[in-house]
Design a protein around this ligand. Sequence first.
Ligand code: O7E
Length: 211
Amino acid sequence: MKRLVLALDVYERERALEIARETSDYLWAIKVNWPLILGAGLDVIKELKETANVPLIADLKLADIPNTNRLIAGKVFEAGADYVIVHGFTGRDSVNAVKELGEVIIVVEMSHPGAEEFIQPVADGLIKLANDVRPFGVIAPATRPERISYIRSKLRDGIKILTPGVGAQGGSAKKALEAGADYVIVGRSIYESKNPREKARKFHEELMGAI
Ligand code: O7E
């Protein structure tokens, strides 16, 4: 089973497709965020799926009223995304508006230092929301493995934990998995390396060894 998600945060379509082609053997999924969508357009989602043949996560971190979330998510699912990432703090009606259209992943806690200011203090409420809404998965920080363990201990069985913050942000892939994550999201450590395929292979092997 593969547990690595590539965060493909480059601007250029060609570069994105090349990295996807090189690394796809080791990936469970590819995550696209605003940089690539703004740089290459929404059609890059379908092209990446055809090139890498893996699920596509659209990480737009939607945080709007239900109607606007629905309008945005509709376009993104139509473009071929398999999962759309939404913020939970806007409330369950906004999250459900996206879930009615396809699979969602809810942000429960983020990986950067500033996440301790506002998001971490309300994580319990966001976990409860996730347990009620039953998304495919939630986001938890690899930079704080103890928080992954905490979130896992409160989360309903079957909801996956995806964790960013490995490598460039200082987190460890192995520790994140041992703490209870299901999938590890890695960006710069792979796409900025001289040999993205080799880097992805190393992360894949580290993750396989951690199970
Ligand atoms: O640090 P990198 O280069 O390995 O990239 C990490 C990716 O995960 C990047 O796309 C960033 O936007 C995303 N991310 C975080 O780094 N921290 C978070 O808390 C949440 C995400 C993320 O993927 O959000 C999904 C909701």
